[in-house]
Design a protein around this ligand. Structure first.
Ligand SMILES: [Zn+2]
Length: 139
């Protein structure tokens, strides 16, 4: 898989910051953008999309995964997620699970310009994933 040196972190952060401008956040006014780097070298972005029902709000990572699949799929190797202030923001629990499906425990999650990235495995230890389905099915 990719090494840290090959991941264009500054470009990912910039794309995530740019994606905050495409957020729909009329309720919380917290805009969030996410940019993922795939194993094919592509950058995919997403923005949060709120809903008047609140519970149906889509996080930026949801939009990113939707765009990833819509553009042909691929494996995420790194992701930067930022709020409208341009600083990293942690993925919520649901999004950690979504990211795990498409990046696994090795996925690198940006922690900012002055800190080493987190692995998703550290953010979501002992994750449930696709491999659990195959071995846990009732015969
Ligand atoms: Zn989320």
């Amino acid at each position: 898989m990719s090494s840290l040196g090959k991941i264009p972190w500054p470009l990912l952060r910039e794309q995530a910051r740019s994606a905050t401008s495409r957020s729909y956040a009329p309720y919380s006014h917290v805009t969030v953008g996410a940019a993922g780097y795939t194993s094919n070298g592509e950058i995919i972005t997403g923005s949060n999309i709120e809903n008047a029902s609140y519970g149906l709000t889509l996080c930026a990572e949801c939009s990113l995964i939707s765009a990833l699949i819509g553009q042909g799929g691929g494996r995420l190797v790194a992701v930067a997620i930022v709020a409208g202030d341009g600083e990293p923001i942690a993925p919520c629990g649901r999004c950690r699970q979504l990211l795990f499906e498409h990046g696994g425990a090795e996925l690198l999650v940006d922690a900012g310009e002055t800190a080493a990235p987190h692995t998703l495995g550290a953010l979501l230890p002992e994750a449930f994933g696709p491999s659990d389905l195959g071995v846990r099915r009732t015969p």
